[in-house]
Write a protein of this length. Structure first.
Ligand code: ZN
Ligand code: ZN
Length: 318
């Protein structure tokens, strides 16, 4: 019974499409008579209409399935590919359609999404490469971290370096890199810190440095990521115990990246001018901003001592 209804819908759709398409074509000719000279084929609106109709039929078909699994994934893929052959520029084929088969057939999904990544009409779409990478690390067994990296990178680049999605894509990018670098030898937190630090070193060393990922210079984003990565490496939680190597790396990063930020190297708590011991963990700190006359705390750049009123000759002694 269902099949009969589907066939009726298809026939009616084709008829309606034909009538509307013909009308559209006539209207088009009226608006732009030169179009006929370019091609006798119906253009623009008509094909868009057909592909929208096909998309609706596809969605309707999906609705008739309880789930996409081994028993029907080939049929779903076949229909998807037909949709693509008619309108390869329709973004939702990939963003919604391809993901329907991502669990049942991740290889096919990636194949479809890769094609879409190379389609110049979709070159500003950042979700498509992200999904390709996502399916690789989430649904493939074993996960293909290495292959996913360029897709996550593409997603970051296409999203234009803005906040939000870009941040999300970048998280996946760095995590995939960390998995590849670690190769199971380091815990995830240590590996992520290593990769971020490497990226930071690469960015500050040379724009063309190929060892690390260049994600837009010494960015605030990268520093933020490094800071929370240090915290994660240093702080114990239910399923994590800090390691000696991890701590060593974190200390090195604090020294190098946050040397001017006045952050306790032991626990990453921030501290102010003149402070000698960390308020978070009691560690002895590298003191800064102390008056050269009375040794009391002074803000960097102050012209007078706030305790005695004496004028500083130049910059206060740090
Ligand atoms: Zn501390
Ligand atoms: Zn003073």
């Amino acid at each position: 019974m269902k099949n009969v209804i589907h066939i009726i819908i298809i026939i009616v759709s084709c008829l309606v499409a034909g009538i509307l398409g013909g009308k559209l074509n006539t209207t088009q000719r009226e608006l732009a008579p030169s179009k006929e000279a370019i091609s006798g084929m119906p253009l623009g609106g008509f094909q868009k209409f057909i592909s929208d109709m096909e998309w609706m039929l596809f969605v309707n078909y999906l609705g008739s399935l309880n789930t996409v699994d081994e028993s029907n994934v080939d049929e779903v893929s076949r229909r998807l590919e037909r949709l693509m052959s008619h309108d390869p520029n329709l973004g939702k084929i990939y963003q919604e359609g391809a993901l329907m088969i991502s669990i049942a057939d991740p290889e096919k999904t990636v194949e479809i999404l890769t094609k879409a990544c190379n389609n110049p009409h979709l070159k500003s779409n950042s979700q498509i490469p992200f999904y390709a990478g996502f399916v690789m690390v989430q649904h493939m067994k074993p996960p293909k971290y290495k292959e996913a990296i360029p897709f996550f990178k593409m997603a970051v680049d296409r999203s234009g370096g803005g906040e939000g999605f870009n941040n999300y894509y970048a998280s996946y990018y760095y995590r995939a890199k960390a998995k590849v670098w670690s190769d199971g030898k380091f815990d995830d937190r240590h590996a992520l810190l290593h990769v971020l630090y490497d990226s930071w070193l690469g960015d500050t060393r040379d724009e063309n440095y190929v060892g690390g990922g260049t994600m837009g210079g010494d960015s605030v984003d990268l520093k933020d990521r490094l800071f929370s990565a240090i915290r994660n490496v240093k702080n114990e939680s239910e399923d994590y115990k800090p390691t000696v190597d991890g701590n060593k790396l974190a200390d090195a990063v604090v020294q190098r990246v946050f040397s001017d930020s006045h952050i306790c190297h032991a626990c990453t708590a921030a501290y102010g001018p003149g402070v000698e011991y960390c308020s978070g963990c009691g560690t002895k700190l590298k003191v800064y901003g102390v008056c050269q006359f009375c040794q009391k705390a002074v803000l960097p750049g102050a012209k007078f001592c706030t305790t005695t009123g004496q004028k500083f000759p130049e910059e206060p002694k740090k």
